[in-house]
Design a binder for this molecule. Structure first.
Ligand SMILES: [Fe+2]
Length: 302
């Protein structure tokens, strides 16, 4: 047996390896500790011990909370340095990103004729970031940092996409197979001012790395501008996910980021509540976000 076949045979994401799945699943579901923020003295100068603590904290659920003691004058610069120190290098430049690749998400006029919900105070449904990107430009990690919470609302909910995988596979493994099809989920092209600024992007919902040990998810709960492959398993899986979010799951983690708090994640499923700003009282929600093409370099074992 070659080393590659050994790796492939042990992948918890291989549908024909029930044993590898069962043991990975048991470990995953046993990790029930509520995430506690990792304290970071200075985002711009992450220490080795803080970095280790942060990455270790990410392992059970593919995300970790952090809290910094110092307010930052130049948050974007501090976050760029923070990401680099963690080992995340490629910043996604999206349509509305400022030059640094760190985006300030706040209520603002985006200067386009399309309403980007992230820049309004409206709720944002369940999704993974970059679900509309082309296959080669998948967002595998992101970080959020809260400089200022809203006067009211704006809570986030996070769900490890590996838990979503487990819930679906336990219900019907054929649904996982359907969601791994290269045309499971299509985002039609984006047309602005009569011009196509993004072509159609088809891809799988779940993709497993070549090494078999990491799982990527591409998902949006939006009903508009999302085309699911028209077959019974894909439709049933999409409906099951919507229902899961409606029913709730014990692994859904709800948190309202305070000033100086943030999240790093392997692009887990997430959403946010609507909110109310009160700029006169200094309560205008300001969240910074950075996106990366690589995953967090999580340690395998303690
Ligand atoms: Fe997002």
């Amino acid at each position: 047996m070659t080393p590659q076949t050994v790796t492939a045979a042990r992948s918890p994401f291989a549908l024909d390896d029930q044993q590898a799945y069962a043991s990975w699943r048991a470990t995953k579901l046993a990790q029930r500790r509520v995430p506690e923020p990792v304290l970071i003295e200075n985002l711009a100068d992450l220490s080795e011990a803080e970095r280790d603590a942060l990455l270790r904290a990410c392992r059970p659920r593919n995300f970790a909370l952090f809290r910094t003691r110092q307010p930052h004058v130049d948050v974007e610069r501090a976050l760029r340095s923070f990401g680099r120190r963690i080992g995340l290098l490629d910043l996604d430049q999206n349509l509305c990103a400022e030059d640094s690749g760190v985006t300030a998400i706040t209520v603002k006029d985006t200067g386009t004729d399309h309403t980007y919900i992230p820049y309004t105070n409206r709720p944002l449904g369940w999704h993974t970031d970059g679900y509309y990107n082309a296959g080669g430009d998948q967002i595998r990690a992101w970080l959020l940092y809260c400089a200022q919470p809203a006067a009211e609302g704006g809570d986030n909910e996070l769900l490890d996409h590996e838990i979503a995988y487990i819930r679906i596979r336990d219900e019907n493994p054929e649904w996982i197979r359907a969601l791994m099809a290269p045309d499971a989920f299509t985002i039609p092209g984006n047309i602005e001012g009569g011009e196509q600024i993004r072509p159609d992007h088809s891809g799988p919902v779940f993709a497993v790395s070549a090494t078999g040990d990491t799982l990527h998810m591409r998902y949006s709960a939006r009903q508009r501008n999302v085309v699911w492959r028209d077959d019974p398993h894909t439709r049933a899986a999409a409906a099951f996910l919507l229902d899961l979010f409606k029913r709730g799951d014990e692994f859904i983690f709800r948190h309202r980021l305070q000033s100086g708090e943030g999240v790093i994640s392997n692009n887990v499923l997430h959403r946010r509540d609507g909110f109310r700003d009160d700029p006169a009282a200094g309560a205008k929600r300001m969240i910074y976000r950075a996106r990366y093409y690589q995953r967090l370099p999580l340690p395998r074992e303690d």
